[in-house]
Design a protein around this ligand. Structure first.
Ligand code: ATP
Ligand code: FE
Length: 339
């Protein structure tokens, strides 16, 4: 079976073909809209939707050409139903249903967060259920107990800002580029860890929730009181102080979730999961706390069609229903535990 995955929940258009016979991707393509949104320092929803309209069909042609496949050979189309920006979701879902109708094949609407959760399976043959997942992306920060396909128990989540969004906002304050995560990661390498000690919010609360708005305000207060114009070094020090704080919180809560559930497999997914300092710290601690940690390939940490195609394949293999009425209904607020 060949599954076409279409991802368009935010500002990346991603398409992929997953082949269940070879248990692998045939090909995948991504068109990032970073340049479109860069000048605004964040995603502009209307622009995101319009850009998906321009990019998805050319990407489909490229994907089919790369994999030397005709459109009619596709057996099922998996598209992102939610959560995400309504305009962006509508573009992806209407294109998915139109293509499916034209070749008389069914569709399946996929939860974007489930796509992220299952993404490490694309490159880790040894990963098995159950595991604890840290989902750290632009819009979410959650700890989830993943029991099996479709069986997700939310242990805790951020009470305010998401980790990725916090990276983006702080990068904006420091006048670094968008998206902020990679910029902060890079500049912090030149920073001194002993200059700024920012708070580690909710570190010792007796739950698996997070909160990053206070940390963001704390960084803002420092920035307001110093001159950053020509002080590249100072920006690096602040970035380093922030990065150390957020990584401490994320790793501490992961270890608490592993201990509490007695599970020894950790999966880290979503854009912030590409962060090399976070990966380094989790790798250092794994011996001491006796866990194994799995990641998706870096290119599949941020949004992509591969994870949607793969989640579609997993759902079909586990007897979940596809749809042939093409009445797409997007779910912009779709929660991971309400699939
Ligand atoms: P969601 O999946 O919650 O709907 P999203 O799809 O917008 O949100 P992703 O594409 O998974 O989020 O991740 C994007 C986020 O990841 C951005 O906030 C970006 O700054 C962050 N990010 C990307 N690379 C890195 C990195 N190396 N270090 C830290 N953060 C990163
Ligand atoms: Fe995402």
């Amino acid at each position: 079976m060949i599954i076409l995955g279409i991802e368009s929940s935010c500002d990346d258009s991603g398409l992929a073909l997953y082949d269940t016979h070879i248990k692998n991707l045939r090909s995948h393509v991504i068109c990032s809209q970073n340049l479109v949104h860069k000048e605004y320092g964040g995603v502009v929803p209307e622009l995101a939707a319009r850009t998906h309209i321009q990019t998805i069909i050319p990407l489909l042609s490229k994907l089919l050409k790369n994999s030397n496949l005709e459109l009619k050979k596709i057996d099922i189309i998996a598209y992102t139903r939610g959560p995400g920006l309504p305009g962006s979701l509508l573009v992806g879902s209407s294109i998915a249903c139109s293509i499916a109708l034209s070749i008389n094949k069914p569709v399946i609407g996929i939860n974007h967060l489930e796509g992220h959760l299952l993404s490490p399976f694309l490159s880790n043959n040894s990963l098995t259920f159950p595991f604890i997942a840290l989902l750290v992306s632009g819009g979410h920060t959650q700890l989830i107990k993943v029991n099996s396909i479709g069986n997700y128990f939310l242990l805790g989540e951020t009470l305010d800002d998401a980790a990725g969004d916090t990276f983006d906002k702080i990068a904006k304050m420091l006048d670094l580029g968008y998206p902020g995560g990679p910029e902060i990661s890079l500049i912090s390498e030149f920073g001194d860890p002993n200059i700024y000690k920012f708070p580690r919010p909710m570190l010792y609360t007796n739950n698996f929730n997070f909160s990053f708005s206070g940390l963001k305000t704390s960084v803002l207060n420092v920035i307001k009181n110093i001159k950053l114009d020509s002080l590249k070094k100072e920006k690096a020090n602040i970035a380093r102080g922030f990065l150390d704080a957020i990584i401490d919180v994320l790793t501490f809560k992961c270890i608490a979730a592993l201990k509490n559930t007695g599970i020894n497999k950790l999966v880290v997914v979503g854009g912030v999961g590409a962060n090399k300092q976070l990966r380094k710290k989790l790798n250092i601690l794994k011996k001491q706390y006796n866990y194994t940690v799995f990641y998706p390939k870096k290119e599949f940490c941020t949004d992509n069609g591969a994870m949607i195609a793969f989640a579609g394949a997993m759902r079909i293999e586990n007897n979940y229903k596809s749809e042939s009425n093409y009445e797409f209904n997007i779910k912009p607020q779709w929660k991971i535990n309400k699939i």
